[in-house]
Design a binder for this molecule. Structure first.
Ligand code: GAL
Length: 334
């Protein structure tokens, strides 16, 4: 065979292979998304996850691309989550959506994802900045913790300005409060606690802390703490500030057991049971993250990563990495 002919055949092969590749990319008929939750029994996380599932079905219908969601529960164990990530990678997931167990220790997950070149969308539990800066295919979706806290404080400030007697219930000029906090190492607990209280102070509500404690986002732990405080400080507490709705509901459980009516309890999240308690007036108010947008952002960002497409404009990323979900104040109206 002459050199010219050989060159022509090789040239044809190259063209054909590249056409085939383009064809293959255009034809990506399905995407596989590995999702790992820090705890599958967390109410808020459950709410978000249900929206992601709905949005995945919508995405399939609208784009004609099959979306395979592989959802795993890490049950509060970082090793379990690391193994789940390992499995997702071995199953050729196109993208990982990780709600990290230990947000301070996302490095193992990031190492694995970088080696396998699988992008990661973290959500709700924010990895430290140093970790997030390691690769440009790491993203985070959450709510701005300070904004949440300021909204929570503002709820009480507004009420105090309109009707001080509704907040300073015994009329002694001081609002005696207790505070229920989430996990110690969680960015949301630390910032929410600090800024809710700071907002009350800045807004001129004369507050006095009676007690505070960590209930790890859990209804039963909050209920036990509240029960202790009711006994230790009878007829004193006027306001319960909670870092989330589940703990607020725990406090309400304890108040109901003690036969105490009409206490001001405020939460955060706008979970399904939280909204129910708001509706029937047991919860005075909550700061609700827009779950539709939260879940859509996870789905859309994951799909864009998987298909190597631009993210739709309605989800602007701060520094190309962070998406902050909008939230609103919801207050019980009599
Ligand atoms: C918080 C939320 C809590 C809990 C926690 C889990 O943002 O308010 O209810 O879900 O995340 O990381």
């Amino acid at each position: 065979m002459s050199g010219k002919k050989l060159f022509f055949i090789l040239f044809l092969c190259v063209i054909l292979t590249s056409c085939q590749n383009t064809h293959k990319e255009e034809q990506k008929a399905s995407i596989r998304i590995g999702i790992s939750l820090y705890r599958g029994d967390d109410t808020f996380i459950n709410n978000i996850c249900s929206v992601v599932e709905e949005k995945a079905k919508e995405y399939e219908r609208e784009n004609g691309i099959k979306v395979i969601l592989d959802i795993q529960d890490a049950k509060g164990n970082q090793n379990t989550q690391n193994n789940q990530v390992e499995r997702f990678i071995s199953l050729d997931c196109d993208v990982l959506c990780i709600n990290p167990v230990d947000r301070m220790d996302a490095s193992v997950i990031i190492d694995r994802a970088m080696t396998a070149e699988v992008p990661v969308v973290f959500f709700n539990r924010q990895p430290v900045e140093e970790d997030m800066n390691r690769w440009d295919r790491l993203y985070y979706i959450g709510v701005d913790a300070k904004e949440t806290a300021v909204f929570q404080g503002k709820m009480i400030v507004d009420l105090y300005q309109k009707r001080p007697e509704a907040v300073d219930r015994n009329g002694d000029g001081v609002v005696s409060y207790v505070i229920l906090e989430g996990e110690t190492s969680h960015q949301d607990s630390l910032i929410r606690t600090e800024w809710s209280i700071q907002t009350l102070k800045n807004g001129g509500v004369p507050i006095e802390k009676i007690a505070g404690g960590i209930a790890n986002w859990e209804r039963s732990q909050a209920s036990a703490l509240m029960e202790q405080w009711i006994h230790a400080y009878p007829d004193t507490i006027e306001l319960v500030v909670s870092n989330n709705d589940d703990m607020a509901l725990g406090a309400i459980d304890a108040l109901e057991r003690a036969g105490i009516d009409g206490m001001n309890v405020v939460g955060i999240d706008g979970t399904t049971p939280g909204l129910e308690a708001l509706e029937n007036g047991k919860l005075l108010g909550t700061v609700s993250a827009n779950k539709e947008i939260y879940g859509s952002a996870i789905m859309e960002l994951a799909a864009s990563c998987a298909l190597e497409k631009e993210l739709p404009e309605e989800y602007p990323l701060e520094n190309g990495t962070y998406y902050w979900t909008p939230q609103e104040i919801l207050i019980h109206e009599d």
